[in-house]
Design a protein around this ligand. Structure first.
Ligand SMILES: C[S@@+](CC[C@H](N)C(=O)[O-])C[C@H]1O[C@@H](n2cnc3c(N)ncnc32)[C@H](O)[C@@H]1O
Length: 207
């Protein structure tokens, strides 16, 4: 973590982060304007996060990440760009979904390039497993979306299977989705493109 990131957590954290709580949060007390809420799991350094918050101001955003350097970096972007529709929770996203988000509380869920756990024996650690997908689906409002992107083909196929098997979700496309024009490319995507590896996009909607 750089000195600037450490200082950002200390000085800006109280302004733009929410502490983990074991009760559902009330978005009305958190954001200046009431808007449908979108949660992002694992924003990394937050590059796509702040760009989407600025580019789609009709939503409020909660970015959830455990990694301090990324939290520090995103805090500086929020301050420097005067972003009012984005807050951060530095905590495990699964616990945040379970405890802080009421059923039907989200208009969307973003999961971009989650940790791939490439070794077969570690696949069970992947985020997109049936029990967690059921939890995610339960937090979406009817008509809300789950947008998942990865450059790991077998993770994309596994996720397609798990999302397809979740009765509460429906694929908005025939198979993989096109890239949403409002989603900026991240570092992982740049690397994948350089190595001529395609990215896989999945866009499902709550029935
Ligand atoms: C491979 S990185 C991708 C970062 C970013 N989405 C991007 O596209 O550049 C995955 C991120 O997810 C975070 N992460 C993994 N599991 C998490 C969890 N349960 N809760 C919150 N963050 C998590 C990691 O700390 C890491 O920063």
């Amino acid at each position: 973590m750089t000195e600037a990131q450490r200082r950002a957590i200390e000085e800006l954290g109280p302004l733009y982060t929410l502490p983990f709580d074991d009760k559902p949060l009330k978005p009305s007390g958190i954001f200046p304007e009431p808007k449908p809420l979108i949660l992002e799991i694992g924003f990394g350094m937050g590059l796509a996060t702040w760009q989407i918050a600025l580019g789609r101001p009709e939503f409020n955003y909660l970015g959830v990440e455990v990694h301090s350097p990324g939290v520090g970096r995103l805090l500086m972007e929020i301050r420097d760009r005067g972003i009012s529709n984005l807050k951060i929770i530095q905590h495990d996203a699964v616990e945040v979904l379970q405890a802080m988000i009421a059923p039907g509380g989200l208009a969307g869920l973003h999961i971009f390039y989650p940790d791939p756990w490439p070794k077969k024996r570690h696949h069970k650690r992947r985020l997109m497993r049936p029990a967690l997908v059921d939890l995610m689906a339960s937090r979406l409002a009817p008509g809300a979306y789950l947008y998942f992107v990865t450059d790991i083909e077998d993770y994309a196929n596994q996720t397609m299977e798990v999302l397809g098997a979740c009765g509460a979700l429906k694929n908005a496309y025939e198979a993989f989705a096109p890239k949403m024009e409002w989603r900026p490319r991240t570092k992982f995507e740049g690397r994948a493109m350089k190595e001529s590896r395609p990215c896989f996009e999945l866009f499902f909607v709550k029935a």
